[in-house]
Design a protein around this ligand. Structure first.
Ligand code: SAM
Length: 248
C-alpha cells in the first residue's frame, strides 16, 4: 500500500496534535497511508538555552530563525531512506494550488519547514530547500498552519485515504472546474426545495445536471478556470444550453 511520509520542522510541535489526531488524517495514519514525524527545532539547537532565533544582522525589528538548527534537522531527516523533498513554507513562495497538491501527492517523503518571527535565515532558502510554498497573499504568524493546509490537501489525494475516491474527483479544481452543488435531507427546508432532478432517480439526468451546474458555478465564480478545461462534445452542448438560458 502506497503512502506518504510528512516530516515537519517546527518550534511549536503541539500545534499539530489536534489537526493530525482527528478524522481523515487520523485514519490515514492508522491505515499506514500517512506517517508523520515532527522535529522540534529546539532539539537541534546546540546552545545553552536551545535558542532557535537571533537578532537580524543589519538591525531592524524582530528576530530571525537561525540556520544551523533547521539544517541539522533536514540532515537528520535525510540521513536514511529516500531523499525527502524539502519545502519551506513562506509567503514569498509560489502560490499553492490543487495542481501542486497532485504533484506533491506523488512523492514518498515530504518535509515542511515552518518559519516564525521575521522568517528563516536566507541561506536556508538559497541552499537547502527544493521548493518554497505560499498558501496565499497574506502573512501569518508562522508556517505551521500553512504546512497543515498543504498536508491536508496532499494526503486526501493518496488513494485509500478518502473513502470514496469519486468524491475527490468531483471536488472543485480536480478537473479544473468547481464542484457541483450538493443537497441532503430534508427535501424542503423553510420552503427552499431540493432540485427535482436529484429526487428523480434518473442517474444520467442527474450526471448531466451536475456537470451543467458545475459549469454554471465556474462561469459565475471562477470563469478564469475554464481556460484549462478539455471540453467534451457533451460539455460543449451543456455550455450552449447555459448560453441560451442566459441570453448571451
Ligand atoms: N517577514 C516574512 C515576509 O514578509 O516574507 C514573513 C514572516 S512570517 C511572520 C513567519 C513565517 O510564517 C514565515 O517564515 C512562513 O514560514 C510562515 N508564513 C506566513 N505567511 C505564510 C503564507 N502565506 N504561506 C506560507 N507560509 C507563511
Amino acid at each position: 500500500m502506497r503512502g506518504i511520509e510528512c516530516n515537519i520542522i517546527t518550534v511549536f510541535p503541539q500545534m499539530f496534535v489536534s489537526p493530525l489526531g482527528e478524522s481523515i488524517l487520523k485514519r490515514a495514519q492508522e491505515k499506514g497511508l500517512l506517517r508523520v514525524k515532527i522535529y522540534d527545532l529546539r532539539d537541534y539547537a546546540r546552545n545553552k538555552h536551545r535558542m532557535t532565533d537571533d537578532y537580524p544582522y543589519g538591525g531592524g525589528p524582530g528576530m530571525v530563525m537561525k540556520p544551523e538548527p533547521v539544517v541539522r534537522a533536514i540532515e537528520e531527516i535525510n540521513k536514511e531512506g529516500i531523499r525527502s523533498k524539502i519545502i519551506l513554507m513562506s509567503p514569498q513562495g509560489r502560490r499553492f494550488t490543487q495542481a501542486k497538491a497532485k504533484e506533491l501527492a506523488k512523492e514518498e517523503r515530504l518535509t515542511f519547514i515552518c518559519g516564525r518571527y521575521e522568517g528563516i535565515d536566507e541561506r536556508v532558502s538559497l541552499y537547502f530547500i527544493d521548493d518554497e510554498i505560499s498558501i496565499g497573499d497574506y502573512v501569518l504568524t508562522g508556517g505551521e498552519l500553512p504546512a497543515m493546509v498543504v498536508i491536508d490537501a496532499v494526503v486526501r489525494l493518496i488513494p485509500g485515504v478518502v473513502g470514496d475516491e469519486e468524491s475527490v474527483k468531483a471536488d472543485s479544481f480536480f478537473s479544473s472546474i468547481l464542484d457541483y452543488p450538493h443537497y441532503t435531507r430534508p427535501a424542503s427546508f423553510r420552503g427552499y426545495k431540493v432540485p427535482q432532478v436529484l429526487l428523480s432517480g434518473n442517474h444520467d439526468k442527474i450526471r448531466l445536471w451536475r456537470r451543467k451546474e458545475a459549469f454554471k458555478k465556474t462561469l459565475e465564480k471562477r470563469p478564469d478556470l475554464l481556460k484549462n478545461v478539455d471540453f467534451s462534445e457533451e460539455d460543449i452542448c451543456l455550455l450552449k444550453e447555459i448560453k441560451g438560458e442566459r441570453g448571451y
